[in-house]
Design a protein around this ligand. Structure first.
Ligand SMILES: [Zn+2]
Length: 428
């Protein structure tokens, strides 16, 4: 029997999540100035970062000013920490103020005072539909790494109860969900699928014998097909969030699931990976974040993930920008006619047409001009036509910001395994 909770409307911080663009700009700039002052005083790595760019703390006063600063990349953290142990000079408070120190692969140590990070994850949980009184099963690891602790804290902040499932032990976890009438799931999409299978093996109907109504997933890509299958199997609503162990939450879906809202209390930039300049809505670039976290004040932290954002209004009433989609990793990008394209962009175009079975983008150069050709293998029974080619060609710039030609090919023209982008340009 489904509970009567309204999981579709409302906010965790109504005023701050619905600021007008002008007020948000003012709010973020004020918070930025505070964290810059704090970090330059207390964290030697941030002080060095400003000095290396020839800047004083007072030179970074607005979101736009962040462009003046170099980006600290996630892949640099392990070596920075090795040079200046244990935190690479990024610790911004006396050690005694920390609540927890985690360790991610690298190793990278993450000092946490939990306040700012957990507040952002709580916004995410509320938007996903968690409400007071829910029992949420946390199936992330409770060893070394931080997510399970963040999510448990987010549940507590909302007045929910946590059942610490951790990793694996699927059968016990299913029993726990059943016996305790657990209403919320927190974990990866793939583990939720494993829960469905195990529940059926144990003779439970996941929809009627388990009480799951709401899920928050992270840590893996969530294809829409998998989401609908899971939502249908359990009769629940599943929303996702995006973050890293270093900075925490940078985006979360609301009930309307049209991209991942930025939490109100962090700055997310999408930047040109070559120049570090901020890009506009719809342009693909690296996700770079600044968090107002006194303990670990990451300022211009480069995630190495690629995305693009929108600032179109959302029906939920939250006014922040949204990451439309995480496209993949920075090391997979190719630049065509000055725009970065990524295998995720190619898949996105293909996903709009049922007629497309497979496709590959081939990049060539003719007369010093980049050319992009979509080689399309059509689904069985579809005949190639100029009309279809035109429709696909007109959809390409929507995802890739660059025009391209369509060429229909047979499946055998592609190797068994192939990359989505084949760059044939020669630069000698
Ligand atoms: Zn929304």
């Amino acid at each position: 029997m489904a509970s009567e909770r309204d999981r579709t409307t409302g906010f965790y911080h109504q005023t701050l999540e619905t600021l007008s663009p002008g007020k948000r700009e003012t709010f973020l700039s004020e918070e930025l100035r505070k964290i810059v002052t704090h970090a330059c005083q207390n964290a030697s790595a941030i002080r060095k970062k400003f000095a290396s760019a020839g800047l004083k703390p007072g030179d970074v006063r607005s979101v736009k000013d962040l462009e003046k600063l170099p980006i600290t990349h996630k892949h640099e953290l392990a070596s920075l920490q090795k040079e200046d142990p244990p935190f690479g000079g990024f610790l911004g408070v006396p050690m005694q103020r920390l609540k927890r120190i985690c360790m991610s692969p690298g190793p990278i140590y993450e000092p946490e005072d939990t306040e700012s990070k957990n507040d952002r994850w709580t916004q995410a949980f509320f938007a996903a539909g968690f409400r007071k009184g829910d029992i949420g099963q946390v199936t992330f690891s409770y060893h070394l790494v931080p997510p399970a602790f963040w999510f448990e804290d987010a549940l507590h902040r909302l007045g929910c109860i946590a059942t610490p499932g951790g990793v694996g032990n699927t059968e016990q976890q299913v029993k726990m969900m059943h016996d305790l009438k657990v209403t919320g799931y927190i974990g990866t999409p793939s583990f939720l699928m494993a829960v469905a299978k195990k529940a059926q093996e144990l003779g439970y109907d996941p929809k009627n014998d388990l009480a799951l109504e709401v899920g928050f997933v992270s840590g893996e890509m969530l294809p829409e097909s998998l989401r609908s299958e899971l939502e249908e199997t359990f009769g629940m609503v599943i929303r996702q969030g995006y973050g890293t162990a270093d900075v925490g939450c940078m985006g979360f879906e609301c009930y309307h699931k049209n991209g991942m809202h930025f939490p109100y209390n962090c700055i997310v930039e999408i930047v040109d990976p070559e120049t570090g300049k901020q890009l506009g809505p719809g342009e693909t670039g690296e996700i770079v974040t600044t968090v107002f976290d006194e303990a670990y004040p990451m300022i211009r932290f480069g995630t190495g993930d690629l995305s693009y954002y929108t600032d179109e209004p959302c029906d939920c009433g939250r006014t922040s920008g949204r990451l439309v989609k995480i496209l993949g990793r920075l090391d997979q990008v190719t630049k065509v006619k000055g725009m970065f394209i990524h295998p995720g962009n190619v898949e996105e175009v293909a996903a709009r047409f049922e007629e497309i079975k497979e496709c590959q983008v081939v990049v060539t150069r003719e007369g010093h001009v980049d050319q992009m050709t979509f080689k399309v293998v059509l689904a069985d029974g579809v005949t190639p036509s100029d009309d279809l080619a035109k429709q696909i060609e007109s959809a390409i710039p929507g995802s890739m910001r660059v025009r391209g030609k369509v060429e229909f090919i047979e499946r055998k023209a592609l190797p068994e395994k192939y990359s989505k982008i084949n760059d044939l340009r020669k630069w000698e």
